[in-house]
Each structure stands twice: as C-alpha cells, then as structure tokens.
Design a protein around this ligand. Sequence first.
Ligand code: ACO
Length: 438
Amino acid sequence: MDIRKETIFQDTAKLTIGDLSVELPVITGSEGEKAIDISSLRNQTGFITMDPGLGNTGICTSRITFMDGEKGILRYRGIPVEELAEHSTFVETAYLLINGMLPTRKQLNSFSVQLNDQSLVHEDMKGFYQNFPPRSHPMGILSSMVNTLESFYPILKKSETREEEINITLTRIISKVRTMAAMSYKISRGHKVVYPRPDLCYCGNFFNMMFDSPVRPYQVDENAIKALNVFWILHADHEQNCSTSAVRLVASGRVNIYAAISAGIAALWGPLHGGANQAVIEMLEAIQADGGNIRPFVERAKDKNDPFRLMGFGHRVYKTYDPRAKIIKKTADMLFEKMQVSDPLLDIALELEEVALKDNYFIDHNLYPNVDFYSGIVLRTLGIPTNMFTVMFALGRMPGWIAQWKEDADNPKWRLYRPRQIYTGNKTNHYVPIGERA
Ligand code: ACO
C-alpha cells in the first residue's frame, strides 16, 4: 500500500494511506519542537506507528527539562545546567526540578529540614544489607532496597493531605537513598554504619557516612563537596531517557512510587545507560593494563564484527559534545588542581578523546564524549569505589525521576502506558497431541 506522509507544520499534519486521508493535530513545544499527535490514528485508520528504540516517539509533554541534542543545550525548568552547576547546590536543584521554581530562602530551609528529618533509615533494614551475598552489585541492592521502603514507610496516612503525603514521601526518598547507599558500602566492608549528621550539608553528610571511621575521622573538604554537588546537579534529570521512561511506564500501572523508582534504578544499571560510568573506567583500566596504547581499542570500536564500543561515547539525543561532559571535565581539572593529585587514567581519557574526535568514523557517526566519559574520573578522585559509580548516578537522578513521576501523577489525563506491536509469528495453528507430532 502506498503510504505518504505529508506534514504541514501549522496545526495539523495530513497523512495519506492509499485512498484514505486523515488530519492529525500538530503539537508545538515552547522551544518550537513539533510532534504529530497520532493518538487517534488507530481508531481513524486501523494503523499503528512503528518506532523500535522509540527515537521518534514522544510519550508525554513535559515542563521539566529541555534538551537540544544538535546544539548541546540542557536546561532544567528553563535554567541552563551550566548556571546551576556554577551557582546552585544539588538540594536547591532538586527543589527546582520537583516544584518547578527556585526556592525562596525560607522554602529551601524548610526543604533542607525535611531532608534532615527523613535521613535515618529503619534499623531493621541493616539486616537486609547484611544478608546480600558479598558479590552483589550495589545497583541491584539499591533497587531492591528502594522497593523495600514501601514495607517500612507505607505511603498513605489518612490524616495527611495528598500534598503533605507527597512531600514527605519525596523528601524521604531523596534523603534515605543517600543514607542507604552509604550504609550499603559500610556494611559491604564489614564496618560500623555511620549515621547522618544534621549539621552537615547533603553532600558533606554523604561523604561523612561513607568515609568517617574511628581511625580516620571525616574532614570536611569544600572542593570535594563542590565537585559532588556539580556531579549530582548534572545527573539530576535528562528528560525521557531509558530509566525515566521506565519510571513513568511502571508508575502508569499506579504502583507505589518506591516500586517505580526501583524500576528506574534497574533500568539505569545497564552499560548503555548509567552503567557506562563504571564501564568507562574499566575500559580505561584495560587500556592502561594493555600498555596504554589506545589505537587497538579505537579500531575495535569501529569494527562491526566486534561488539566492543567506546564507552562514554555517543548519545541517542546529543549529536554534538554533551554539555554535561564539558562541565564534568572542568570539575575533574578543578579537583586535580585543588587536591594536588593526578590520575593516569585522565591522561588516557584525554588522548582517547583527541584521537576519536579526529577519526572519520566518530565524526561521521556524530560520536562525542557523553557525561559518563569523565564522571568516573571525578568519582575516583572523590574516593568512590568503581562498583558504586552507577549508584552515584542514581542518587543524582532521584529528583528527576520524582519530578517526572509527579508530572504524570498530577495529570488528570494520566493513562496506563500500553504500547502495541505488529505480530509476525505463526497464523492460527492447532494443538497436536504429543504422540501425533512429527
Ligand atoms: N562506539 C562505537 N560506535 C558507536 C558508539 C560507540 N560508543 N555508539 C554508537 N556507535 C555507532 C553504532 O555502532 C552505529 O553504527 P552504524 O550506524 O554504522 O551501525 C551508530 O553509531 C548508531 O548507534 P546506535 O546504537 O544505533 O545509537 P543509539 O542512539 O541507539 O545509541 C548509545 C546510543 C547507546 C549511547 C551508544 O552511543 C552507545 O552504546 N554508547 C556507549 C555506551 C555509553 O556511553 N552510554 C552512556 C550514554 S549517556 C547516558 O545514558 C547517561
């Protein structure tokens, strides 16, 4: 059948399928992005659309995050991520994402007090951590434990209004995941758990819970705190990526928010997504162990018969340098200078970037470093163990997942996500008793 798509980018798009012609509404975003609304397509024509990988499919309109992959733009609630990384804190940015505006001083104080009030986790949760086998990956543990929060902190209390209940639940998640991640680390090392301290900021508190010990008490380091704030701000949201879509999809069945966030953590774990920050360091270490020669790795990444890819390179949306990668690279430089340390993996990363950016394969495929390329170097410098890198990403992404969940939950037209398919299997077949089968 002859199918022609004729798009009039005004109010409607005209779709012609053989003799049938339908007008479909065009939605225009505040930055001029356009979408053809096909929600009535099947009813009108019997057709569905096909878009494996969903590269051309919008699943929602959203007021939270804007990104332009061609120009390398990322803004939260309209504010460029560069400005937030320079001037804001993770807690303030979390408030911005969830509530839609920067907080007043009073609102920020009250948000911080709520985060402090929610920072302890139930003592019985320690037992769960102690019973994970020692080789368990911290992302699997975090995903399971966030799901478990529902048993310890049920969502609804009759006395609370929905607004209050939501605020308590959201701050509870943001605050407790940080405690849980540090607790998991301490228990995995066989060390005593360190409790949150209300006198420390969100990032300082995390460092204290991770690294304070009777033999080496934690010393506040403002450079490390700045670097962690930047790292978490850069990871706080990224519109409809794999894990955020997972949160929205799972939540659309009206499951509790902890289960939806737990699904987001599971989705983030993969090496093509958030797990890339761990994979980058493992790749740089492999190059180092191989004598530091990057050429064979670049050649392997280009070889279609080899599944190897340059980790930390490429992005579904960015077809230019990821703006977050520029900022995190500067943060690495700042840390090295202030802490007077160096890392041979940074030299390998710099050389790899230089070679790849001049290579025709990477130029033709628009492959540039993404946020994960340098973020592992920053996390290493901050003393975070490699297997916890993706957990660090997940902690940063909490406000984004929550804001995206809330946007759906507040939408009176919120529907169950239920994609379709085109079946290509057997036509009607009949059951044959086992003794009669050929
Ligand atoms: N190294 C080598 N080739 C690559 C790379 C890479 N890192 N990334 C993409 N390509 C090539 C593919 O082989 C393909 O080539 P072809 O068209 O000649 O067959 C082409 O570029 C397009 O690749 P796709 O996989 O179709 O692109 P997609 O948009 O689906 O993938 C992704 C994006 C998954 C991020 C990909 O670039 C990749 O695997 N990168 C490495 C993993 C990584 O760094 N992930 C982190 C992403 S950022 C984040 O999630 C936080």
